[in-house]
Ligand binder design. Structure first.
Ligand code: DQA
Length: 150
């Protein structure tokens, strides 16, 4: 199960059309392709799921147990108040990378809190579409180090 789950939350289906000056002009399909390309380079399979519904994201996180080595998650606005995402990730037994295209800390103050960060191994923020490569590299480093310890 050398596989990673890439999860995206509300409004990320609108990538390319939605505030391109903040999120870039690439569509969600292009984002997923980019992530898949890098994951495959590192020898991982990548599964992708986007939803505008919090509960569906929770279901995906629960179902990832024993199936995926890790989750890269951009929870969209749920980052800032989605406690059920926090709790589902806390119960997940693999690596969790939080990823944001923009840098929420440079934006409105309500975006400065992440309820996901405390249950993530780390966060990659503000690098746009390059964030997938950085996230997968970081994920791979964590897995490699874990292997060395066992
Ligand atoms: C986002 C940042 C969030 O604050 C926002 O609600 C999003 C996208 C990002 O990728 O920069 O939907 O997660």
């Amino acid at each position: 199960m050398k596989s990673i789950l890439l999860l995206m939350g509300p409004n990320l289906n609108m990538l390319g059309e939605r505030e391109p000056e903040i999120y870039g002009s690439e569509t969600i399909e292009e984002h997923v392709k980019q992530a898949e390309r890098v994951a495959n380079e590192f020898g991982y399979k990548l599964e992708h799921f986007q939803s505008n519904n919090e509960g569906e994201l929770v279901d995906q996180i629960q179902n990832a147990r024993g199936k995926h080595m890790g989750i890269i998650i951009n929870p969209g606005a749920l980052t800032h108040y989605g406690w059920s995402i926090h709790d589902a990730l806390a119960a997940f037994d693999g690596v969790v990378i939080e990823m944001h295209l923009s840098n929420p800390n440079q934006r409105e103050s309500w975006r400065h809190t992440s309820v996901v960060a405390p249950v993530a191994n780390g966060s990659i923020i503000g690098f746009g579409i390059h964030g997938y490569e950085l996230s997968i590299r970081a994920f791979h480093k964590i897995i490699e180090n874990d292997d060395q310890r066992t």
